[in-house]
Design a protein around this ligand. Structure first.
Ligand code: ZN
Ligand code: ZN
Length: 350
C-alpha cells in the first residue's frame, strides 16, 4: 500500500508479467485480482509481441491497483528481450535489436532491457535469453533483477524439486556483472534499474509432480519496484500513469525483495544546504554534501560510489559526508540475502 515517507509517497508494484494473451497461464483480470490481494499499487503487464489488452481498454484501476500495459519485444533469434510501454504499436517482428530500440526511443516510449545477463547453461530445455547488443543507446532502463531469471540460473537437475517448492528462498540479488554494467551506464547518463518479476505461472514437471512454478502470488510477494512520488497517485488513469512512468524515467526508484522484510519506509537522501533529494536526484557539487540512509530495520548497508563500495555498516541509520563527486547508491543486505537496492543520487555530475 502507498505510504507517506518523509515528504514523499512510496508506491510499490510489480513489473513484467504475462497473461494468457501470450505465455502466461491466467487472464489479466485474474492476475490483477491476485495483485490487488498482494497489495500491489501498480502492475505493469508485458505480454510477448502483443498490445491487444491495451487496445481493448484494459488499462485502469482494479480496486486500488493501477494496471498499465506494454509488451515484450524480442529479436528474430529470441534474444534481446525488451519491455516497451507507451509505444504506438507493436514493432515489426523482423526488426533487429538496434532498429526496435531506436524506434522505441524515438517514439518516446518507456522501455527496459529485460533479463539482460542470463547465461545459464545447466539445463538444455531452459536456454538463456540474454541482451547481446550493448551498443544500443537511449533506452530508459534495465531490469537489474529478474525473479524468473535468478531462479532459473540456479536451477540444476538435482535441486529442481526443492527450488520448485520454495521459489523465493534461493533469491540473492542482482548479479555483480549487471550491477557493474549499470553503474558504468549511469556515469554517462541516467539509466533506471528496475526489478522484473517475469511472472507466467508455468506448469513444470518436477519428479513425479507437475507443479505450477511461481504462482503469481509468490512473485507478487517477492521482488518489488518502489517508485517515489512528490504527490499522491492520482485516481485518474492518464495522470496516474505518467506519475509512475515519469518516476521510472527519473530513477526515483528502489527495489526490494519483500520476502526479507517490508521496505516501504526505506529512505535515501542527498542533502546540501536547503536541498534534499531522493534517488534519481542530483546535488550540484560535493561541497558540504551529505548522504542519509534509513532502513525499516537493521541490515548490512553498503554505500557504493561509482561502482565501488566506500562504506559498509550494520545499522538502520547512517549519515555520510560526501568526499568526491560521482554517483552514489545503496544496497541493504540481510546476511547473504539482498534486500534493498536503490537507484543513484548524482553529485556534481549531470
Ligand atoms: Zn523475456
Ligand atoms: Zn517475460
Amino acid at each position: 500500500m502507498a505510504k507517506k515517507v518523509g515528504d514523499w509517497y512510496n508506491y510499490s508494484g510489480a513489473i513484467h508479467m504475462h497473461t494468457t494473451e501470450s505465455d502466461g497461464t491466467k487472464s489479466l483480470e485474474e492476475v490483477a485480482e491476485i495483485g490487488q490481494k498482494c497489495g500491489l499499487d501498480f502492475m505493469l503487464f508485458t505480454d510477448h509481441m502483443t498490445l491487444e489488452l491495451r487496445k481493448s481498454g484494459k488499462e485502469g484501476f482494479y480496486g486500488k491497483t493501477l494496471v498499465l500495459i506494454g509488451y515484450e519485444h524480442n529479436d528474430p533469434d529470441d534474444k534481446n528481450h525488451f519491455l516497451i510501454f507507451e509505444s504506438p504499436q507493436v514493432y515489426p517482428e523482423e526488426m533487429l535489436v538496434k532498429e526496435y530500440v531506436s524506434a522505441a526511443v524515438s517514439d518516446k516510449s518507456i522501455n527496459f532491457l529485460a533479463h539482460p545477463d542470463e547465461i545459464r547453461k545447466t539445463l538444455i530445455e531452459y536456454p538463456p535469453y540474454p541482451w547481446t547488443d550493448w551498443s544500443v543507446e537511449g533506452f530508459t532502463g534495465i531490469e537489474l533483477w529478474n525473479h524468473m531469471s535468478e531462479w532459473m540460473e540456479k536451477l540444476t537437475r538435482y535441486n529442481k524439486l526443492l527450488m520448485t517448492f520454495s521459489p523465493r528462498k534461493s533469491m540473492v540479488g542482482p548479479t555483480a556483472r549487471i550491477l557493474k554494467k549499470w553503474d558504468e551506464l549511469n556515469l554517462k547518463r541516467k539509466v533506471v534499474g528496475i526489478a522484473g518479476v517475469d511472472a507466467h505461472a508455468f506448469p513444470v514437471k518436477a519428479g513425479p509432480f507437475t507443479v505450477e512454478i511461481f504462482p503469481y502470488k509468490v512473485h507478487f510477494r517477492a521482488l518489488r519496484s518502489h517508485v517515489i512520488l512528490p504527490h499522491p497517485l492520482s485516481e485518474e488513469l492518464e495522470q496516474a500513469k505518467w506519475q509512475i512512468y515519469d518516476a521510472l524515467r527519473d530513477c526515483r526508484v528502489f527495489l526490494s525483495n519483500m520476502r526479507w522484510g517490508e521496505a516501504d519506509s526505506f529512505e535515501f537522501y542527498g542533502i546540501q544546504g536547503s536541498s534534499r533529494v531522493v534517488c534519481g536526484g542530483s546535488l550540484e557539487s560535493a561541497d558540504n554534501a551529505k548522504l542519509q540512509i534509513k532502513l525499516p530495520e537493521k541490515a548490512l548497508i553498503k554505500l557504493i560510489h561509482n561502482g565501488n563500495t566506500v562504506l559498509t555498516a550494520d545499522t538502520d541509520n547512517l549519515e555520510y559526508s560526501v568526499k568526491e563527486k560521482g554517483i552514489y547508491r545503496v544496497e541493504a543486505w540481510k546476511g547473504s540475502r539482498g534486500w534493498i537496492f536503490s537507484n543513484h543520487i548524482r553529485i556534481g555530475i549531470s
